[in-house]
Design a protein around this ligand. Structure first.
Ligand code: ADP
Ligand code: GLC
Length: 480
């Protein structure tokens, strides 16, 4: 099949979270399976500076209609692996910046224009390069307008650019809602600014466009597919999602084992596997050292790697701060984002420098070291579309402590409820339930044979993209 993906993040070129990992692994896996895959990404500064893109060929010049004006841009292409082309939609004014969405303090004010331009650039490239896609698959609000813009271009110009369009919701909490005046820049017919179109409480909602106009809609776990049809998790779009239930499916992400595998991970000080776990102890000692603790500490080490946002349950953790003060354990946090949460975690680390450490930056190698070196990985999310770190944890023999929501509920098996196959500790997303889960972790840690069994169950699971990408292949075929 000829498969086109469009997204605002792609590992290893631009990443703020799991979207990058998921799009990178899915497109790579489809390419390995012999499909002809093109991935479209904005031409951010970081991508253009990446070694893979240095020789990128300038393939096309673009003239994109944005409201009453035409804006220029160009398209660069490079091929990082067989069967895979990365197309960069470039315009310096929009993408020659350090961040994908903002400057660290706040979002860029022209994000609507940046990503409308991106989607239009994809459509125009499909036309000019005559890619003749079987499937055009777009991800999250930044690429949500693509199915609609594509069909509109086909209608106006009497041509076919793609057989079927797919839209994946990685997180319905981010919808791309902007003031109504932005609608003019889409150049779509006025009747689409309507309750059955892009209009949302007098504003424009880009994700709504993806949900309504793609041929098929997917999200990243079966449980989240159900959750987003409810008021509790739908973030106001539950009614819109409900109109597409027949075309909606939840497909779990996988783990890219070329990058996340303790037996081959080059970012670790030592490697290990189920049959020889000694390397995990080396990683643990290194993690303790890097966090500023004594490397021979014998008690349990808890790790966290996440964007600091409400979603990740950071406040539940902070409300349990006395657990970390009282118990003989260590906590290593890697995360940045919300400034208040960052400050509160800094205060906790300053109050207990011998027990809690915080690193508030994006650090790929530290994220691997935490997955490998910690005994428990904390992920008490309030909601979680899929979540990758709980899967990485299981693969690395690190026991996930997760709340029973979304993809966490679909990928972790509670060790007390299912002693023979359990891989983690599950709780409800509340302060008290997390507290109980933390105490269960202490008890499990004290029972070394059981601890080893739970680790083993996790490491034996197959989270590879083989299964995950197969599910997408079947969806594509079925849609066509
Ligand atoms: P989300 O996409 O909601 O952030 P996921 O669990 O799907 O959550 O994916 C998060 C990804 O981002 C993981 O690969 C995780 O290791 C990575 N990550 C998050 N914060 C950091 C950080 N500060 N440094 C390095 N990697 C991070
Ligand atoms: C989003 C979700 C996360 C998911 C990731 C990749 O960022 O928050 O749960 O794993 O997308 O699909």
């Amino acid at each position: 099949m000829k498969i086109v993906h469009a997204a605002s993040e792609l590992f290893p070129y631009m990443k703020t979270g799991g979207l990058a990992d998921a799009v990178g692994a899915l497109s790579g896996s489809l390419a390995d399976n012999g499909h002809e895959v093109s991935v479209f990404l904005p031409g951010y500064r970081a991508v253009l500076e990446h070694k893979d893109a240095l020789g990128a060929e300038r393939k096309l010049r673009l003239k994109i209609e944005m409201g009453p004006a035409y804006l220029s841009g160009d398209v660069r292409v490079f091929s990082p692996r067989k069967n895979l082309n990365v197309y960069l939609i470039c315009r310096e004014e929009y993408f020659d910046r350090r961040g994908a969405y903002g400057n660290g303090e706040r979002d860029y004010e022209d994000n609507a224009d940046r990503f409308i331009f991106f989607c239009k650039g994809v459509v125009e490239t499909l036309r000019l390069a005559e890619l003749q896609a079987d499937i055009v698959h777009s991800h999250d609000w930044q690429a949500a307008l693509l199915p609609l813009l594509l069909r509109e271009a086909e209608r106006r110009q009497h041509l076919t650019l793609a057989l079927k369009t797919i839209f994946t919701i990685h997180n319905i909490a981010f919808q791309g809602v902007f003031p109504a005046k932005v609608f003019a820049r889409t150049n779509l017919p006025d009747e689409l600014f309507h309750i059955d179109g892009l209009e949302y409480y007098s504003q424009i909602n880009l994700m709504k466009g993806g949900i309504l106009f793609a041929d098929r809609v997917t999200t990243v776990s079966p449980r989240y597919a159900k959750e987003i049809q409810t008021a509790e998790f739908g973030c106001g779009l539950e009614g819109v999602v409900q109109t597409r239930t027949d075309d909606l499916v939840g497909l779990l992400n996988g783990v890219d084992t070329a990058i996340w595998n303790p037996a081959t991970d080059a970012l670790l000080p030592a490697r290990y596997s189920q049959t020889n776990m000694s390397g995990k102890q080396v990683c643990r000692a290194e993690l303790l050292k890097r966090a500023g603790f004594a490397p021979d500490f014998k008690g349990p080490v808890f790790g966290i790697v996440c964007r600091l946002t409400e979603q990740k349950g950071v406040d539940l953790l902070l409300a349990n701060r006395d657990f970390f003060l009282k118990q003989d354990c260590r906590l290593v946090v890697l995360g940045s984002g919300d400034k208040r949460m960052e400050t509160e975690l800094e205060e906790l680390a300053a109050a207990t420098p011998k027990k809690v450490a915080l690193s508030s930056k994006h650090d790929e190698s530290m994220s691997h070291l935490i997955e490998a070196g910690a005994d428990f990985f904390l992920m008490p999310s309030l909601f979680e579309p899929c979540g990758l770190n709980q899967m990485y944890s299981q693969v690395y023999g690190t026991i996930p402590v997760v709340s029973r929501v979304g993809g966490l509920a679909d990928t972790v098996i509670d060790a007390d409820e299912h002693a023979d196959v359990g891989t983690g500790i599950m709780c409800e997303p509340t302060v008290a339930s997390l507290r109980q889960a933390l105490h269960r972790a202490l008890r499990l840690y004290a029972d070394k044979p059981r601890l080893a069994a739970v680790q083993k169950h996790g490491m034996a699971r197959d989270f590879s993209w083989k299964a995950a990408s197969g599910a997408y292949e079947r969806l594509y075929e079925e849609a066509m």
